[in-house]
Design a protein around this ligand. Sequence first.
Ligand code: HAM
Length: 422
Amino acid sequence: MANETLRAVRGMNDILPAGIGLWQHFEAVIRDWLASYGYQELRTPILEHTGLFKRAIGEVTDIVEKEMYTFVDELNGESLTLRPEGTASCVRAVVENNLLYDGGKRLWYQGPMFRHERPQKGRYRQFHQVGIEALGYAGPDMDIEHLLMTARLWKMLGLAEFVVLEINTLGGAESRASHRQKLIEWFEAHQDQLDEDSRRRLYSNPLRILDTKNPAMQDLVEAAPKLIDELDAAAMAHFDAVRQGLDAAGVAYRINPRLVRGLDYYNYTVFEWVTDKLGAQGTVCAGGRYDGLVAQLGGKPAPACGFAMGVERLLALMAESGQNPPGAVADAYVVNVGDAATRFAVLAAEALRDAGLKAVLHCGGGSFKSQMKKADASGARFAVIIGDDEAAAGEASVKPLRGEGPQQRVGLAELAGIITKE
Ligand code: HAM
């Protein structure tokens, strides 16, 4: 190992300072957006007991079968898993801390998630989600809130023209059971056309066969019994109400009866926001209702719905649309040449920070010329220039770096006043 180049784990990326501006802009917008809907942040551990994800996401799903980073904690023999998504952890925390004791909760979280998928553009092994979960709300008004929220966010991020909404309903437990039975009968009758994956899932999770990407099975899947034909009146009424809410707010959508989602906990409304600008990994946000999960994880039954977005995918879309906001830049870059100047510059920079300004102190010496180059390249709005004679007088010269303006020499007390905030 000693002489080998050290590399990050495949599919896990560094986010470097040159690219951080977009992340910070995104995170600032997200905070405003969530606050405007009254959502509260929840932070859960990145590691959970493996059983949580098996129970919540489902044993026969791609995530649980082949994508989880699972290992045994050698110190106590427990099987632990790096979270592949946030809903399971959120519900676990809500149940464990009895957060629903006084009614519904609107929660959000953000952070890295881990899935051992084949890395490609828009698909990583460590990726970031912002997730939203509303627990304790049964009515379609909450589904509508989430869909309108997402539509608003795309406008705030300048992405509205790049994404389309697809919705579907999975119905309740009974309609799903009878649809499941019909699917099994359909695929049993066409066993010869099933690939190995689908044959394995025939009895454990026939719904997932509909998700197949195998071109040879598309006709079979297309002609398979549709859930929509099994839906009970309550599920239909819920779905109709969601559609009416979208229509009333002027949010366009496409009904996609093939949309089933890759996690088992969903019922009733499911949705995805997709784009055709990112190649194969075009789903930027996805979610739906999961009314059974709280009880399934040991809580008092409570309805719930939510969604999560892939931050890398959204940022790629923002970059694609020409957005490139700079990271935070300083108000002042403090140039200093000479021993006395360097000692005084420390105090000058502190005085600027006392006044609430962002100041970068040049460290490491060098000529005025080379330091001024660094000041310019830093993006700072002003250079504060200190030589030994300025230091002796307790003064500094201030030079605007962006735009016109005279260079002025002032005492420490007036310094911050010249470098007014932008
Ligand atoms: P999901 O569809 O598995 O749902 O993931 C949500 C989003 O995370 C995807 O639409 C995508 O944008 C992003 N994503 C997923 N995997 C990757 C990856 N390998 N690389 C980059 N981005 C990825 C969930 O996780 C549910 N917990 C959503 C939810 C919340 N449903 C209800 N509440």
